[in-house]
Structure formats: C-alpha cells, structure tokens
Design a protein around this ligand. Structure first.
Ligand SMILES: O=C(CO)[C@H](O)[C@H](O)COP(=O)(O)O
Length: 224
C-alpha cells in the first residue's frame, strides 16, 4: 500500500471505532489535513446518523459542508465525544507534533474539548523521538521577530513560513533542531513566550488512541 492508501485505511478504522456509538445528537470533532479528509469522506456515508461536526479549520468545514454535514461553532456545542485528526509526528507516549497544515491552534482547542482524541496516521509518522519534523508555532504577526529570538534561546532555529496566514489571521514559525526531551515542559515553555498563540506540541493533551496504518494492517496504540 502507498501512503495515501495507508491514510485511507486508518480513516476507515477510525470510522469503525465510532460508527456504532453515533447518536442523533452526536457532534464529531474533525481535524485538518489529508488523513482527516479521508475520514470526512468516509463519515459522510453516515451523515443521517448524527447531528453534525465541529471543524478545526475552514478547509475542513468546507469539506464537511460539501458532503451535507452540518458544521457547528464550538461555542454552541457543550460536548464532543471524539476528535479525529492526523499528526506530523507521534511517539510511544502519543505525544504529537501537529500544525503542518497551520491549523494547530484550532486543533488543540477542539482536542481539549473532546472526550477522546483518536489520532490517525500512516506508519511514517511514528518516531522514536519527536523533533525531526519542525515544530510549528502560531504567532501574533507583530511579535514575529521577538518570538523568533526567544525560540533561538530555547535552542531552536525558527523559520518564517512565508505565504501562510492561519485561519486566526496569524503567522507560523517552523522551529527546526529543537531537542525535545520533556515534551510537556517544552510545550509549556514555548507557550509562555509573549506573542505565541500556541505551539504544535500535543503533550499536555496527547492523543488517547493512535491508529497507525502499516503494511501489516492498522495497529492500535495506547500511550505508554
Ligand atoms: O496538524 C495537521 C494540520 O495542521 C495535520 O494533522 C498534519 O499536518 C498531518 O497531515 P496529513 O494527514 O496530511 O499527513
């Protein structure tokens, strides 16, 4: 199977995990990216079995609406049972790096609200140590240079992602060469920098389940 087929397989596996539990008032939290897109497309076949979705990006909201799935503002939703989303990297603790698609802040918000975060990824995303993929940091535009200098003090090499404006009107710094020892500590330290909206480390709120698409089938990983 190629990478896209692996992504499609984990999306299908995630659907199978939740489909029997869907109720007419269920709201499903939906992530962003190509793997999440496969999940949206698979979920569409069951759109009459649940109420609707909350999306972590404008792009996902458009895709959901294109399938006729109602999309709710998070502020009118009190309960989300599942959040289904991809990742750029995952480790055995189910700590993640996310934000390759620049949606990290909304992803983190929906993940925080959800009871269960089901991460879906192909096997290339599982790593021994996080940090080969540059860590995305969403930053208020006027703070870009200041935040970049502070990230250098933390040992990283920030690169401005040109031509990218997030759905929240901010910019992204991709931070290379970070030594991610304690992901929780680093996540908190970066978020303390004034001007940072949030960073793409999901360690304080890791995934609950990682469905990993491998050549030997879909594996289910729980945090170690
Ligand atoms: O964090 C994300 C978007 O901000 C995505 O989940 C991540 O980039 C993985 O994308 P894909 O499923 O296309 O490999």
């Amino acid at each position: 199977m190629n990478q896209d087929e692996l992504k499609q397989a984990v999306a299908q596996a995630a659907l199978e995990q939740i489909v029997d539990q869907l109720e007419e008032d269920s709201i499903v939290g939906i992530g962003t990216g190509s793997t999440a897109n496969y999940f949206i497309d698979a979920l569409a076949a069951y759109k009459d079995r649940f109420d609707g979705a909350v999306a972590s990006s404008k792009a996902s909201a458009e895709r959901l609406k294109g399938h006729g799935i109602p999309v709710y503002d998070l502020n009118v939703v009190s309960e989300i049972k599942w959040y289904i989303d991809g990742a750029d990297e995952a480790n055995e603790h189910l700590h993640l790096i996310k934000g390759g698609g620049a949606a990290l802040t909304r992803e983190k918000i929906v993940a925080a609200v959800a009871e269960q975060f089901i991460c879906i990824a192909d096997e290339s995303k599982l790593v021994g140590k996080l940090g080969t993929f540059p860590l995305p940091v969403e930053v208020i535009p006027m703070a870009r240079s200041y935040v970049a200098r502070e990230l250098v003090k933390l040992g990283g090499d920030p690169v401005y992602r040109e031509d990218t404006v997030t759905d929240n009107g901010n910019i992204i710094l991709d931070v290379w060469n970070l030594d991610i020892g304690s992901a929780v500590q680093l996540e908190e330290a970066i978020n303390q920098i004034v001007g940072v909206v949030t960073n793409g480390l999901f360690a304080r709120r890791p995934a609950d389940i990682l469905l990993l698409g491998t050549q030997a089938g879909v594996k289910t990983l729980k945090a170690k």
